[in-house]
Design a protein around this ligand. Structure first.
Ligand code: GYE
Length: 312
């Protein structure tokens, strides 16, 4: 049994591999699911996962990476909180011949050799998908949109803004009137939405809110309700991630659409690392995950149920 399994090489090719994971934090439901899936994937494959929660601070992630390098781990997973400022610490990992795989966020660097591959979605496209949906729903009526941005300086905040702006460019009836960071959290999403509502005639002048993630959208929904308006009808709600809570909101008619992002970034990352460790196989530089639009027409209750077990 054992010898055959070893010969076939199917299970646990990464068995014994020690992998450090420099995680952003636990700002969102999606993030918590990604952490859960990463732990599940590691366990399934016999990977010893060293987990470091950076509480949204780049300096903590840099410290975690330095500590992983000092421990001599076999590989590092990095979900970079912001896009810039990684060159020095990644050069240290490279020097120690420790491959780094980027998860869910991108970095800006002139030296692509500082990481093995990146498992991410096309974040500009996500913003574009959300924007295209809104443009279609709005038709020819006038629409003032407010935007809740993700963490300042993070690749999804930069790219999701860009993609959305591309979608509404040239539509003279649609304008982005306010845009501020809600740091990808429910609490800040709600707070910022409250201030938008105050500034826009008690919310009556707002036609739609575009949130860079579902958690901020859930916070915004709360703020809209407290202002005595109906989310989903008085103010449209469009966001990104596809966490179970947004499907509950869609089922209740309080959210309109979301763009799906898989929390399973670690699966493809470990696949790439296993192949690389085995015989030096170089993965594609970008392992792109899918971005699918869901609306109220997609049986949100059923989708919500189907999400359970995927880290949620
Ligand atoms: O959409 C958001 C999270 O980095 C793409 O981070 C990820 C984003 C995700 O906090 O919910």
């Amino acid at each position: 049994g054992l010898a055959l399994a070893t010969l076939l090489g199917t299970p646990a090719m990464a068995a014994g591999m020690v992998v450090g994971f420099a995680q952003v934090g636990s700002e969102s439901g999606w993030r918590a699911a990604e952490t859960a899936v990463t732990r599940q994937e590691a366990e399934k494959r016999g990977v010893d996962l060293k987990f470091a929660d950076a509480q949204q601070k780049q300096e903590n992630q840099i410290k975690a990476i330095r500590s992983f390098v000092a421990q001599g781990v076999d590989a590092i997973l990095l979900a970079p909180v912001v896009a810039t400022g990684w060159d020095d610490v990644l050069a240290e990992a490279k020097e120690a011949k420790i491959p780094v795989v980027l998860l869910d966020r991108n970095i800006e660097t002139k030296d692509d050799s500082l990481y093995l591959t990146a498992v991410t979605s096309d974040q500009v496209h996500e913003g574009k998908v959300a924007g295209d949906y809104l443009v279609k729903q709005v038709g020819s009526k006038d629409c003032k949109v407010v935007e809740l941005q993700g963490t300042t300086g993070s690749s999804p905040a930069i790219a999701r803004k860009k993609g959305f702006e591309e979608a509404i460019a040239g539509k003279s009836n649609i304008s982005l009137t306010r845009s501020q960071t809600g740091d990808f959290t429910r609490t800040k999403g709600k707070e910022v939405m409250e201030s938008f509502i105050k500034a826009e005639n008690g919310g009556k002048d707002i036609c739609a809110v575009y949130a860079h993630n579902d958690d901020m959208a859930v916070g915004a929904i709360q703020a809209i309700k407290e202002a005595g308006l109906k989310p989903g009808t008085d103010i449209m709600v469009v966001s990104i991630d596809a966490v179970p809570d947004i499907f509950a909101a869609m089922a209740a008619g309080e959210a309109n659409a979301t763009v799906e992002l898989t929390p399973n970034m670690a699966g493809p990352a470990f696949d790439a690392l296993e192949a690389f460790k085995k015989d030096g196989t170089m993965p594609k530089k970008w392992i792109q995950t899918e971005s699918k639009l869901y609306t109220q027409a997609d049986d949100p209750k059923a989708v919500m149920e189907s999400k359970k077990g995927l880290g949620y």
